[in-house]
Design a protein around this ligand. Sequence first.
Ligand SMILES: Cc1cc2nc3c(=O)[nH]c(=O)nc-3n(C[C@H](O)[C@H](O)[C@H](O)COP(=O)(O)OP(=O)(O)OC[C@H]3O[C@@H](n4cnc5c(N)ncnc54)[C@H](O)[C@@H]3O)c2cc1C
Length: 491
Amino acid sequence: MDDKAPAPDSGKRKHAWIEVDRCSPPKRKAAERVNDFREIYDSYDEETVMEQARRCINCPEALCMEGCPLENRIPEWMMLTAEGRFSEAAVISQSTSNMPEICSRICPQDRLCEGACVVAGKADAVAIGAVERFINEWAFAHGEVVARPAPSNGMKVAVVGGGPGGLACADQLARRGYAVTVLESSTVAGGLLMNGIPAFKLEKEVVERRINVIKQRGVEFRTGVNVGVDVKLYELEEEFDAIFLAFGAQMSKELGVPGSDLEGVIPALPYLIQKNTNTPVDLPPVEVAGKKVIVVGGGDTAMDCLRTSLRSGASEVRCVYRRDQSNMPGSRKEYDNSIEEGAKFTFLGAPVEVLGDGKGHVKALRCVSMELGPADASGRRRPQPVPGSEHDLPADLILVAFGFDAFPFPEGSGFEKIKTSRWGTVEVDDNLMTNVPGIFCGGDLRRGPDLVVRAVRDGRDAAAAIHAYLVSRRLMDMSVEQPENVGMEVV
Ligand SMILES: Cc1cc2nc3c(=O)[nH]c(=O)nc-3n(C[C@H](O)[C@H](O)[C@H](O)COP(=O)(O)OP(=O)(O)OC[C@H]3O[C@@H](n4cnc5c(N)ncnc54)[C@H](O)[C@@H]3O)c2cc1C
């Protein structure tokens, strides 16, 4: 692409969405892609991405930015992309996100930026995610994603947990000259980006590439360190000036019905890790080929289990979800992809019992039909069982994708002094600081299971808050040592 190509007439561009339909980036055919775990989407070509970016009408008060937890400067990079100025577009995109090439792949855009797009009221929303992916991949391909260590400010911060929240915080702090150490219990960093989200949504090389950029910025990674067990909290407090806790919420919720202990009832996350990665996991090898698989739940994890099972050779794969399709928490795009790949759905169904084959193994899932009552606190209509509607669905494997809680802190870990909610999430103030000064928290550990983009937001916000905290503490220390500094204004 010629960077000096004349900018298209802006008046024409204002109405491009009328003439140009939204088009998705190339997607591999379902029959082909269920044979492997590679990503299913490719990037646009340059001509198409410019055409798609022209569909953005550059609203002065862009609702897409409000819909994005990172407040990405979408209209700006859309305008630059429409003009073929991909390099500048990528720089703007990276100014608000520490991993735009990742968020563009896995954000549920239909519920965030694209759901808020003004064009969506009249035609299909602008393809924000696909354009974001293109410009950032373009920047990587042209060697324009570079990082180098900032001059040291002499202060040290520990980040516990190497998921998206921890990575974003570490990246932001390293840019400010902090010596940052990420302590990660797994053998690899990346959190659920590596050990959870399957490669057909996000190839692991993409995550490794981002972690390498963060390493180039000078962040140190200590993997295989279980904080609270291998190293106690007080030891971190001694070694570091501040601590950011971002160790997620990965304790599987139980199925909680009679028969749940039968062989063949499996929690979703270890199953996904076993099938999608080489990371060691505490689950005997699960044979899926030729089996009937039921996945219970309706979120992203459930969709990932369905599609992983199809790729692992299951003869039938069915999702059982207690609400209807419009109330599913998962992304619409991933639901459509699951259907295309052959998954079946039973909506308004809830498990009441797992039936065994008399030899200790699962034979079927007994469900009850549900109807939707009034809305609950989350705003979604509460499902209620229909009396006498029990029915059995045959199953060889039942994958439980009901969601997650934070693991309780191990005894003697030193974490007992950190205040938690009754759901086990860590409580923080407006600056993401816990009840212990200097210890901050973000991501799923404070929110409960949520989204990558919100974990990144927390990481960025926490980095800013840690910086403000440490700078003001340093100024206070200086004023104690040098009384003439008392009253110095902190900016
Ligand atoms: C299967 C699945 C699919 C998902 N799909 C999507 C999706 O498509 N889009 C989306 O936006 N979100 C998705 N999510 C949600 C998203 O992955 C999470 O919201 C996000 O990863 C949370 O980031 P985090 O940094 O808070 O925690 P995590 O990603 O959970 O990372 C926490 C890290 O801390 C480490 N750790 C835990 N305990 C310790 C300890 N004691 N010491 C040291 N390290 C520790 C863990 O090993 C892990 O690496 C999905 C979640 C799952 C489970």
